[in-house]
Design a protein around this ligand. Sequence first.
Ligand code: AMP
Length: 425
Amino acid sequence: MLEHSSLVTSLNFAGLGLPDTLLHALTAHKFTVPTPIQVDAIPPLLAGKDLLGIAQTGSGKTAAFVLPILTHLLAEPRRPGPFQTRVLILAPTRELALQIDEATRGLAAGARMRTVVIIGGASRYKQCEAMRRGADFVIGTPGRIRDLMNTRELSIGTVERFVLDEADRMLDLGFIRDIRHIVAALPARRQSCLFSATMPADVAQLANGLLRDPVRVEIAREEATAPKIAQSVRFVPTSGKQALLAELLSHPGFSRVLVFTRTKHGANKVAERLEATGVQVDAIHGNKSQPQRERALRDFRNGRARVLVATDIAARGIDVTGVSHVINFDLPAEPESYVHRIGRTARAGAEGIAIAFCDATERATLRAIERLLGDKIPVVGDIPAEFQGRGDSPNPAWKRGGGGGGDRNRRNPPPRGRQGMRSAA
Ligand code: AMP
Protein backbone atom coordinates (compact mmCIF):
# COMPACT_ATOMS: atom_id res chain seq x y z
CA MET A 1 0.00 0.00 0.00
CA LEU A 2 1.20 3.44 -0.78
CA GLU A 3 1.19 6.43 1.46
CA HIS A 4 -0.95 9.28 0.37
CA SER A 5 -0.75 12.98 0.74
CA SER A 6 -3.42 14.29 3.08
CA LEU A 7 -4.56 16.51 0.24
CA VAL A 8 -5.95 13.58 -1.68
CA THR A 9 -7.49 11.55 1.11
CA SER A 10 -10.86 13.10 0.43
CA LEU A 11 -10.82 11.81 -3.12
CA ASN A 12 -11.71 8.31 -4.14
CA PHE A 13 -11.44 6.54 -7.45
CA ALA A 14 -15.12 7.04 -8.30
CA GLY A 15 -14.50 10.78 -8.11
CA LEU A 16 -11.94 10.44 -10.87
CA GLY A 17 -14.53 9.27 -13.40
CA LEU A 18 -13.64 5.59 -13.65
CA PRO A 19 -16.35 3.07 -14.63
CA ASP A 20 -17.95 0.72 -12.10
CA THR A 21 -16.25 -2.42 -13.46
CA LEU A 22 -12.87 -0.94 -12.68
CA LEU A 23 -14.00 0.42 -9.33
CA HIS A 24 -14.87 -3.14 -8.32
CA ALA A 25 -11.41 -4.33 -9.36
CA LEU A 26 -9.85 -1.53 -7.32
CA THR A 27 -11.88 -2.48 -4.28
CA ALA A 28 -10.73 -6.07 -4.70
CA HIS A 29 -7.12 -4.77 -4.71
CA LYS A 30 -7.94 -2.72 -1.61
CA PHE A 31 -6.94 0.38 -3.56
CA THR A 32 -9.33 2.80 -1.91
CA VAL A 33 -7.49 6.08 -2.13
CA PRO A 34 -5.81 7.17 -5.35
CA THR A 35 -2.14 8.14 -5.11
CA PRO A 36 -1.14 11.70 -6.12
CA ILE A 37 -0.07 10.63 -9.61
CA GLN A 38 -3.39 8.83 -10.06
CA VAL A 39 -5.30 11.91 -8.95
CA ASP A 40 -3.39 14.12 -11.37
CA ALA A 41 -3.06 11.79 -14.35
CA ILE A 42 -6.33 9.86 -14.58
CA PRO A 43 -8.75 12.74 -15.38
CA PRO A 44 -6.70 14.21 -18.28
CA LEU A 45 -6.05 10.74 -19.65
CA LEU A 46 -9.78 9.94 -19.52
CA ALA A 47 -10.33 13.19 -21.40
CA GLY A 48 -8.02 11.94 -24.16
CA LYS A 49 -5.04 14.20 -23.45
CA ASP A 50 -1.41 13.17 -23.90
CA LEU A 51 0.58 13.06 -20.69
CA LEU A 52 4.12 13.73 -19.55
CA GLY A 53 4.55 12.12 -16.13
CA ILE A 54 7.59 12.73 -13.99
CA ALA A 55 7.27 9.99 -11.44
CA GLN A 56 9.08 6.98 -10.11
CA THR A 57 8.29 3.34 -9.77
CA GLY A 58 6.51 3.10 -6.44
CA SER A 59 4.31 6.15 -7.04
CA GLY A 60 1.40 4.11 -8.39
CA LYS A 61 2.04 5.27 -11.95
CA THR A 62 1.19 1.91 -13.53
CA ALA A 63 -2.42 2.08 -12.41
CA ALA A 64 -2.41 5.78 -13.36
CA PHE A 65 -1.98 4.91 -17.01
CA VAL A 66 -3.56 1.44 -17.09
CA LEU A 67 -6.93 2.49 -15.61
CA PRO A 68 -7.72 5.13 -18.28
CA ILE A 69 -6.61 2.72 -21.01
CA LEU A 70 -8.91 0.02 -19.64
CA THR A 71 -11.71 2.57 -19.46
CA HIS A 72 -11.22 3.35 -23.14
CA LEU A 73 -11.09 -0.31 -24.20
CA LEU A 74 -14.22 -1.12 -22.20
CA ALA A 75 -16.08 1.84 -23.72
CA GLU A 76 -15.11 0.86 -27.26
CA PRO A 77 -14.87 -2.92 -27.38
CA ARG A 78 -13.26 -4.11 -30.59
CA ARG A 79 -11.42 -7.28 -31.46
CA PRO A 80 -7.92 -6.59 -32.66
CA GLY A 81 -6.95 -8.26 -35.95
CA PRO A 82 -4.24 -10.94 -36.15
CA PHE A 83 -0.82 -9.56 -35.13
CA GLN A 84 -2.41 -6.26 -34.21
CA THR A 85 -2.65 -4.60 -30.83
CA ARG A 86 -4.76 -1.75 -29.49
CA VAL A 87 -2.31 -0.71 -26.78
CA LEU A 88 1.47 -0.68 -26.79
CA ILE A 89 3.43 -0.23 -23.56
CA LEU A 90 7.21 -0.05 -23.71
CA ALA A 91 9.34 -0.72 -20.63
CA PRO A 92 13.13 -0.71 -20.32
CA THR A 93 13.48 -4.10 -18.62
CA ARG A 94 11.88 -7.51 -18.81
CA GLU A 95 11.02 -7.39 -15.13
CA LEU A 96 9.20 -4.11 -15.43
CA ALA A 97 7.31 -5.36 -18.50
CA LEU A 98 6.19 -8.43 -16.55
CA GLN A 99 5.13 -6.29 -13.60
CA ILE A 100 3.09 -4.00 -15.82
CA ASP A 101 1.47 -7.05 -17.38
CA GLU A 102 0.61 -8.45 -13.96
CA ALA A 103 -0.81 -5.11 -12.81
CA THR A 104 -2.84 -4.77 -16.02
CA ARG A 105 -4.35 -8.21 -15.72
CA GLY A 106 -5.13 -7.58 -12.08
CA LEU A 107 -6.86 -4.27 -12.76
CA ALA A 108 -8.75 -5.62 -15.77
CA ALA A 109 -10.14 -8.33 -13.48
CA GLY A 110 -13.27 -9.77 -15.06
CA ALA A 111 -13.04 -7.70 -18.24
CA ARG A 112 -11.40 -10.18 -20.57
CA MET A 113 -8.35 -8.38 -21.93
CA ARG A 114 -5.72 -10.15 -23.98
CA THR A 115 -2.26 -9.08 -22.92
CA VAL A 116 0.88 -10.31 -24.68
CA VAL A 117 4.33 -9.72 -23.21
CA ILE A 118 7.05 -9.36 -25.84
CA ILE A 119 10.46 -9.37 -24.18
CA GLY A 120 13.93 -10.65 -24.93
CA GLY A 121 15.17 -13.76 -23.16
CA ALA A 122 11.79 -15.51 -23.50
CA SER A 123 10.43 -17.73 -26.30
CA ARG A 124 10.03 -15.66 -29.44
CA TYR A 125 7.98 -18.45 -30.98
CA LYS A 126 5.38 -18.33 -28.19
CA GLN A 127 5.14 -14.56 -28.47
CA CYS A 128 4.51 -14.80 -32.23
CA GLU A 129 1.92 -17.53 -31.70
CA ALA A 130 0.16 -15.35 -29.12
CA MET A 131 0.09 -12.45 -31.59
CA ARG A 132 -1.73 -14.56 -34.19
CA ARG A 133 -4.95 -13.90 -32.30
CA GLY A 134 -4.18 -10.21 -31.83
CA ALA A 135 -3.88 -8.44 -28.49
CA ASP A 136 -5.56 -5.71 -26.51
CA PHE A 137 -2.26 -4.94 -24.81
CA VAL A 138 1.26 -5.58 -25.97
CA ILE A 139 3.73 -4.88 -23.19
CA GLY A 140 7.39 -5.27 -23.96
CA THR A 141 10.96 -4.14 -24.27
CA PRO A 142 12.00 -2.15 -27.35
CA GLY A 143 14.48 -4.63 -28.88
CA ARG A 144 12.14 -7.62 -29.13
CA ILE A 145 9.18 -5.44 -30.09
CA ARG A 146 11.17 -4.08 -33.01
CA ASP A 147 12.29 -7.57 -33.90
CA LEU A 148 8.69 -8.81 -34.22
CA MET A 149 7.71 -5.68 -36.12
CA ASN A 150 10.47 -6.38 -38.63
CA THR A 151 9.12 -9.87 -39.35
CA ARG A 152 5.53 -8.55 -39.42
CA GLU A 153 4.55 -10.69 -36.48
CA LEU A 154 3.56 -7.51 -34.69
CA SER A 155 1.75 -4.65 -36.36
CA ILE A 156 1.43 -1.44 -34.39
CA GLY A 157 -0.38 0.54 -37.09
CA THR A 158 -3.68 0.25 -35.20
CA VAL A 159 -2.41 1.26 -31.75
CA GLU A 160 -4.82 3.60 -29.97
CA ARG A 161 -2.88 4.08 -26.74
CA PHE A 162 0.90 4.23 -26.42
CA VAL A 163 2.91 4.35 -23.18
CA LEU A 164 6.65 4.82 -22.87
CA ASP A 165 7.59 3.97 -19.30
CA GLU A 166 10.84 4.92 -17.56
CA ALA A 167 12.02 6.90 -20.55
CA ASP A 168 15.24 8.06 -18.85
CA ARG A 169 16.27 4.49 -18.19
CA MET A 170 15.40 3.53 -21.78
CA LEU A 171 17.83 6.12 -23.04
CA ASP A 172 20.48 5.07 -20.50
CA LEU A 173 20.20 1.57 -21.87
CA GLY A 174 20.72 2.76 -25.42
CA PHE A 175 17.20 2.11 -26.72
CA ILE A 176 16.78 5.45 -28.47
CA ARG A 177 17.06 4.05 -32.03
CA ASP A 178 14.60 1.27 -31.31
CA ILE A 179 12.19 3.77 -29.77
CA ARG A 180 12.42 6.13 -32.75
CA HIS A 181 11.79 3.24 -35.10
CA ILE A 182 8.77 2.08 -33.09
CA VAL A 183 7.30 5.57 -32.69
CA ALA A 184 7.61 6.18 -36.44
CA ALA A 185 5.39 3.15 -37.08
CA LEU A 186 2.61 4.30 -34.72
CA PRO A 187 -0.49 5.86 -36.22
CA ALA A 188 -0.70 9.65 -35.95
CA ARG A 189 -4.10 9.36 -34.24
CA ARG A 190 -3.33 7.96 -30.83
CA GLN A 191 -3.01 8.93 -27.20
CA SER A 192 0.51 8.84 -25.78
CA CYS A 193 2.03 8.97 -22.32
CA LEU A 194 5.65 9.25 -21.39
CA PHE A 195 6.82 8.55 -17.86
CA SER A 196 10.28 9.28 -16.58
CA ALA A 197 11.84 9.58 -13.14
CA THR A 198 14.08 12.41 -14.34
CA MET A 199 13.83 14.85 -17.21
CA PRO A 200 17.28 15.33 -18.77
CA ALA A 201 17.47 17.13 -22.12
CA ASP A 202 17.39 13.97 -24.25
CA VAL A 203 14.20 12.75 -22.55
CA ALA A 204 12.58 16.18 -22.96
CA GLN A 205 13.47 16.06 -26.65
CA LEU A 206 11.99 12.59 -27.00
CA ALA A 207 8.83 13.77 -25.23
CA ASN A 208 8.53 16.74 -27.58
CA GLY A 209 8.57 14.49 -30.60
CA LEU A 210 6.13 12.01 -29.12
CA LEU A 211 3.47 13.97 -27.25
CA ARG A 212 0.95 16.48 -28.51
CA ASP A 213 0.11 19.34 -26.18
CA PRO A 214 0.65 17.10 -23.14
CA VAL A 215 -0.53 17.64 -19.61
CA ARG A 216 2.53 17.65 -17.37
CA VAL A 217 2.28 15.88 -14.03
CA GLU A 218 5.18 15.91 -11.64
CA ILE A 219 5.26 13.87 -8.46
CA ALA A 220 7.82 14.51 -5.75
CA ARG A 221 11.00 12.62 -6.36
CA GLU A 222 12.03 9.68 -4.21
CA GLU A 223 14.28 11.92 -2.12
CA ALA A 224 11.10 13.35 -0.69
CA THR A 225 10.39 10.00 0.91
CA ALA A 226 13.97 9.51 2.08
CA PRO A 227 13.17 10.23 5.73
CA LYS A 228 11.43 6.87 5.79
CA ILE A 229 14.72 5.24 4.87
CA ALA A 230 17.40 5.18 7.53
CA GLN A 231 20.57 5.67 5.55
CA SER A 232 24.14 5.11 6.62
CA VAL A 233 27.55 4.70 5.05
CA ARG A 234 30.36 2.41 6.13
CA PHE A 235 33.92 3.17 5.14
CA VAL A 236 35.54 -0.10 4.28
CA PRO A 237 38.48 -1.16 2.12
CA THR A 238 37.51 -3.00 -1.06
CA SER A 239 39.00 -6.19 0.35
CA GLY A 240 36.87 -5.91 3.48
CA LYS A 241 33.47 -5.53 1.85
CA GLN A 242 32.63 -9.22 1.62
CA ALA A 243 33.46 -9.85 5.27
CA LEU A 244 31.44 -6.82 6.35
CA LEU A 245 28.48 -8.06 4.32
CA ALA A 246 28.72 -11.50 5.92
CA GLU A 247 28.89 -9.89 9.36
CA LEU A 248 25.79 -7.79 8.72
CA LEU A 249 23.90 -10.78 7.40
CA SER A 250 24.66 -12.70 10.58
CA HIS A 251 22.05 -10.48 12.24
CA PRO A 252 18.58 -11.99 11.89
CA GLY A 253 17.07 -8.51 11.47
CA PHE A 254 18.48 -8.53 7.95
CA SER A 255 15.51 -10.56 6.83
CA ARG A 256 15.05 -9.61 3.16
CA VAL A 257 18.15 -7.97 1.80
CA LEU A 258 18.81 -6.52 -1.61
CA VAL A 259 22.53 -6.13 -2.33
CA PHE A 260 23.66 -3.97 -5.23
CA THR A 261 26.89 -4.41 -7.13
CA ARG A 262 28.12 -2.38 -10.04
CA THR A 263 28.88 -5.28 -12.40
CA LYS A 264 27.35 -8.63 -13.33
CA HIS A 265 30.62 -10.33 -12.51
CA GLY A 266 30.63 -8.61 -9.13
CA ALA A 267 27.07 -9.78 -8.46
CA ASN A 268 28.02 -13.39 -9.21
CA LYS A 269 31.13 -13.21 -7.04
CA VAL A 270 29.32 -11.73 -4.05
CA ALA A 271 26.50 -14.28 -4.37
CA GLU A 272 28.86 -17.24 -4.70
CA ARG A 273 30.85 -16.21 -1.66
CA LEU A 274 27.72 -15.72 0.41
CA GLU A 275 26.38 -19.06 -0.69
CA ALA A 276 29.60 -20.67 0.46
CA THR A 277 28.85 -19.35 3.95
CA GLY A 278 25.40 -20.93 3.92
CA VAL A 279 23.32 -17.85 3.12
CA GLN A 280 20.31 -18.46 0.86
CA VAL A 281 21.09 -16.08 -1.94
CA ASP A 282 20.41 -15.54 -5.59
CA ALA A 283 21.78 -13.13 -8.17
CA ILE A 284 19.91 -11.23 -10.83
CA HIS A 285 21.56 -9.41 -13.73
CA GLY A 286 21.49 -8.99 -17.47
CA ASN A 287 23.37 -12.24 -18.22
CA LYS A 288 20.75 -14.38 -16.52
CA SER A 289 18.07 -15.94 -18.67
CA GLN A 290 14.52 -14.75 -18.27
CA PRO A 291 13.38 -17.91 -16.42
CA GLN A 292 16.38 -17.59 -14.09
CA ARG A 293 15.55 -13.97 -13.35
CA GLU A 294 11.92 -14.76 -12.73
CA ARG A 295 12.79 -17.64 -10.42
CA ALA A 296 15.24 -15.47 -8.47
CA LEU A 297 12.60 -12.78 -8.00
CA ARG A 298 9.97 -15.33 -6.99
CA ASP A 299 12.30 -16.92 -4.43
CA PHE A 300 13.16 -13.50 -3.04
CA ARG A 301 9.50 -12.51 -2.82
CA ASN A 302 8.40 -15.69 -1.09
CA GLY A 303 11.38 -15.69 1.28
CA ARG A 304 13.13 -18.78 -0.06
CA ALA A 305 16.13 -16.57 -0.78
CA ARG A 306 16.97 -14.13 1.99
CA VAL A 307 19.40 -12.16 -0.11
CA LEU A 308 19.20 -11.03 -3.72
CA VAL A 309 22.33 -9.63 -5.30
CA ALA A 310 21.50 -7.38 -8.23
CA THR A 311 22.88 -4.94 -10.73
CA ASP A 312 21.03 -1.68 -11.34
CA ILE A 313 19.60 -2.63 -14.69
CA ALA A 314 18.20 -5.95 -13.53
CA ALA A 315 16.79 -4.39 -10.38
CA ARG A 316 15.07 -1.51 -12.09
CA GLY A 317 11.40 -1.65 -11.36
CA ILE A 318 11.61 -4.60 -8.97
CA ASP A 319 8.61 -4.27 -6.73
CA VAL A 320 9.15 -6.49 -3.71
CA THR A 321 7.52 -5.52 -0.49
CA GLY A 322 9.15 -6.05 2.87
CA VAL A 323 12.75 -5.48 1.79
CA SER A 324 14.36 -4.92 5.20
CA HIS A 325 17.72 -3.64 3.95
CA VAL A 326 19.28 -2.34 0.79
CA ILE A 327 23.05 -2.72 0.82
CA ASN A 328 25.12 -0.83 -1.69
CA PHE A 329 28.08 -3.20 -1.89
CA ASP A 330 29.44 -0.87 -4.55
CA LEU A 331 28.27 2.68 -4.95
CA PRO A 332 26.54 3.27 -8.29
CA ALA A 333 28.34 5.27 -10.96
CA GLU A 334 25.33 7.57 -11.34
CA PRO A 335 24.17 9.28 -8.14
CA GLU A 336 20.55 8.98 -9.22
CA SER A 337 20.81 5.21 -9.19
CA TYR A 338 21.51 5.46 -5.47
CA VAL A 339 18.07 6.98 -4.97
CA HIS A 340 16.47 4.25 -7.07
CA ARG A 341 18.36 1.57 -5.21
CA ILE A 342 17.45 2.69 -1.70
CA GLY A 343 13.87 3.18 -2.89
CA ARG A 344 13.62 -0.63 -3.06
CA THR A 345 13.39 -0.64 0.73
CA ALA A 346 10.74 1.39 2.53
CA ARG A 347 8.40 0.67 -0.36
CA ALA A 348 4.75 1.38 -0.06
CA GLY A 349 5.07 3.48 3.05
CA ALA A 350 7.06 1.00 5.12
CA GLU A 351 10.28 1.89 6.85
CA GLY A 352 13.57 0.59 5.58
CA ILE A 353 17.30 0.69 6.06
CA ALA A 354 19.90 1.46 3.43
CA ILE A 355 23.60 0.86 4.05
CA ALA A 356 26.28 1.97 1.63
CA PHE A 357 29.79 0.52 1.54
CA CYS A 358 32.32 3.08 0.42
CA ASP A 359 35.92 2.18 -0.37
CA ALA A 360 38.75 4.61 -0.97
CA THR A 361 38.00 4.80 -4.72
CA GLU A 362 34.34 5.67 -4.15
CA ARG A 363 34.64 8.85 -2.13
CA ALA A 364 33.94 11.17 -5.04
CA THR A 365 30.87 9.09 -5.89
CA LEU A 366 29.68 9.37 -2.31
CA ARG A 367 30.05 13.15 -2.44
CA ALA A 368 28.09 13.28 -5.69
CA ILE A 369 25.31 11.23 -4.07
CA GLU A 370 25.24 13.52 -1.05
CA ARG A 371 25.06 16.55 -3.34
CA LEU A 372 22.06 15.03 -5.07
CA LEU A 373 20.38 14.20 -1.76
CA GLY A 374 21.15 17.69 -0.53
CA ASP A 375 22.32 16.09 2.68
CA LYS A 376 25.04 14.01 4.26
CA ILE A 377 24.70 10.31 4.85
CA PRO A 378 25.64 9.50 8.45
CA VAL A 379 28.77 7.44 8.88
CA VAL A 380 28.56 4.32 11.01
CA GLY A 381 31.50 2.31 12.31
CA ASP A 382 35.22 2.89 12.26
CA ILE A 383 37.09 4.88 9.71
CA PRO A 384 39.95 2.74 8.40
CA ALA A 385 43.37 4.38 8.38
CA GLU A 386 43.58 4.58 4.62
CA PHE A 387 40.54 6.85 4.61
CA GLN A 388 41.99 9.29 7.03
CA GLY A 389 43.98 12.36 6.13
CA ARG A 390 43.68 11.88 2.39
CA GLY A 391 40.47 13.71 1.87
CA ASP A 392 40.33 15.95 -1.13
CA SER A 393 37.28 17.71 0.22
CA PRO A 394 37.40 20.48 2.80
CA ASN A 395 34.61 18.63 4.56
CA PRO A 396 35.12 14.93 3.92
CA ALA A 397 32.19 12.71 4.69
CA TRP A 398 33.87 10.76 7.47
CA LYS A 399 34.55 13.86 9.52
CA ARG A 400 30.94 14.84 9.61
CA GLY A 401 29.34 11.97 11.45
CA GLY A 402 26.40 13.07 13.54
CA GLY A 403 25.43 16.29 15.23
CA GLY A 404 24.31 19.61 13.90
CA GLY A 405 22.54 19.71 10.59
CA GLY A 406 18.83 19.67 11.07
CA ASP A 407 18.26 19.05 7.39
CA ARG A 408 15.31 17.06 6.22
CA ASN A 409 17.10 13.75 5.80
CA ARG A 410 19.48 14.14 8.65
CA ARG A 411 19.96 10.99 10.65
CA ASN A 412 22.48 10.32 13.34
CA PRO A 413 23.18 6.69 13.86
CA PRO A 414 21.31 4.83 15.09
CA PRO A 415 18.55 6.52 13.08
CA ARG A 416 15.41 7.14 15.04
CA GLY A 417 16.57 4.61 17.59
CA ARG A 418 15.97 1.77 15.19
CA GLN A 419 16.98 -1.43 16.77
CA GLY A 420 19.95 -3.15 15.33
CA MET A 421 21.19 -0.16 13.42
CA ARG A 422 24.32 0.44 15.42
CA SER A 423 25.02 -3.14 16.20
CA ALA A 424 24.05 -4.45 12.81
CA ALA A 425 25.22 -1.70 10.54
P1 AMP B 1 3.90 1.45 -9.30
O1 AMP B 1 4.50 2.79 -9.02
O2 AMP B 1 2.91 1.49 -10.39
O3 AMP B 1 4.97 0.41 -9.53
O4 AMP B 1 3.07 0.99 -7.99
C1 AMP B 1 3.70 0.75 -6.75
C2 AMP B 1 2.86 -0.13 -5.83
O5 AMP B 1 1.75 0.57 -5.31
C3 AMP B 1 2.30 -1.36 -6.50
O6 AMP B 1 2.55 -2.46 -5.65
C4 AMP B 1 0.82 -1.10 -6.60
O7 AMP B 1 0.09 -2.30 -6.49
C5 AMP B 1 0.56 -0.18 -5.42
N1 AMP B 1 -0.54 0.79 -5.65
C6 AMP B 1 -0.79 1.48 -6.78
N2 AMP B 1 -1.87 2.30 -6.62
C7 AMP B 1 -2.29 2.12 -5.35
C8 AMP B 1 -3.36 2.70 -4.56
N3 AMP B 1 -4.17 3.62 -5.07
N4 AMP B 1 -3.51 2.28 -3.30
C9 AMP B 1 -2.66 1.36 -2.78
N5 AMP B 1 -1.63 0.79 -3.45
C10 AMP B 1 -1.44 1.16 -4.71
